[in-house]
Ligand binder design. Structure first.
Ligand SMILES: C[S@@+](CC[C@H](N)C(=O)[O-])C[C@H]1O[C@@H](n2cnc3c(N)ncnc32)[C@H](O)[C@@H]1O
Length: 308
């Protein structure tokens, strides 16, 4: 990425300041062959195409996703021999019989940052779609937040629909997802930002972030797909500086209870130790699948602050 975006030293400084060991949250330091080592528990983590793989079982991740990792490298990077060798070196450490895919579920528009025009001719419907597209859930969340983002981590960034906007309005953005392919796409979309951007693989339920290190966390349409939203919220609280904010958008604030009460997520967030400082509900979130197919969710937005 030479010539565009922030320089390598700014990216390295951001990664060093925010990323931590998924097992103990201690600082990471470079090790031979481009790997990272935890300064607390000595666990080691691979780095592939500049993306640290910060999961509790990195050998399992590399072995089970070997084919998908190599495919994503071929598809989205210049596929350097060093990166291929890193995948092979880690994958060899555990014989596995089953290969896993990254379960990316992006629409074509989301993945390729394009806008497919819908064929609907009804003027009222077209006006609704135009208004929903003009003010997205992220726009509304940033309004609710109403202050600078500071150093920001976007958890479950997917194909990076929000990443370029977040990079532009933060003091540096770390984009994380459990899909290696997703973070490569998101990084590509955000890296023209003059602010540093870093991509990492991690599990939202075991965040690999330093304690008290970030001013803002953003998780759009993520909590509803997690098995343990409380684990995510507790990890998010620990990684935020005092008065730091977690901005959430979700189509399922009842967390898996069809027709359940809309305040379940806010209650779980309070149980994790957050204060709810901003809330909006029934904000439209559009996902266009084809000229004839539009999915509309009415999402809940929460701004959650870590108390002093
Ligand atoms: C519905 S997509 C939302 C993507 C993006 N935030 C957006 O709004 O367009 C959910 C994303 O969360 C990621 N994800 C799901 N479970 C995760 C986990 N446990 N840890 C990290 N990412 C996860 C998926 O890979 C996917 O990219």
């Amino acid at each position: 990425m030479s010539g565009k975006g922030a320089d390598a030293s700014a990216r390295a400084a951001l990664g060093l300041a925010l990323l931590g060991c998924p097992a103990c949250a201690a600082k990471l330091s470079p090790l031979g062959e481009g790997d990272l080592s935890c300064t607390g528990c000595s666990a080691e983590y691979p780095v592939v195409a500049g993306v640290p793989i910060l999961v509790v079982d990195p050998v399992g991740y590399m072995a089970e996703h070997r084919t998908s990792l190599l495919a994503a490298l071929a598809e989205l990077t210049d596929c350097s021999p060093v990166d291929v060798a890193t995948v092979e070196r880690w994958a060899r450490r555990r014989p596995v019989t089953t290969q896993r895919f990254f379960d990316d579920d992006f629409t074509r528009d989301e993945e390729h940052a394009v806008t497919t025009p819908l064929v609907a001719e009804d003027a009222h419907f077209a006006a609704f779609v135009a208004s929903a597209a003009a003010t997205t859930p992220l726009d509304r969340l940033l309004e609710l937040h109403g202050r600078p983002l500071g150093r920001t981590v976007e958890v479950g960034c997917g194909a990076g629909n929000a990443s370029a906007a977040l990079a532009a309005s933060s003091d540096g953005l770390v984009m994380v997802d459990r899909s290696f392919r997703a973070v490569l796409i998101a990084r590509e979309r955000a890296e023209a930002s003059p602010r540093p951007v870093v991509a990492a693989v991690m599990d939202a339920e075991q965040l690999a972030l330093r304690e008290g290190a970030c001013e803002t966390l953003v998780a759009l349409h993520l909590v509803d797909v997690l098995a343990d939203p409380l684990a995510f919220l507790e990890g998010a609280l620990a990684s935020l500086a005092r008065r730091g904010t977690l901005l959430l958008s979700t189509p399922d604030p009842a967390l898996g209870m069809p027709d359940g009460p809309a305040d379940v997520l806010a209650q779980v967030a309070a149980d994790a130790g957050f204060e709810v400082t901003g809330r909006a509900d029934f904000v439209p979130w559009l996902r266009v699948h084809s000229p004839r197919e539009l999915q509309v969710f009415f999402v809940q937005l929460l701004a959650l602050v870590r108390p002093r």
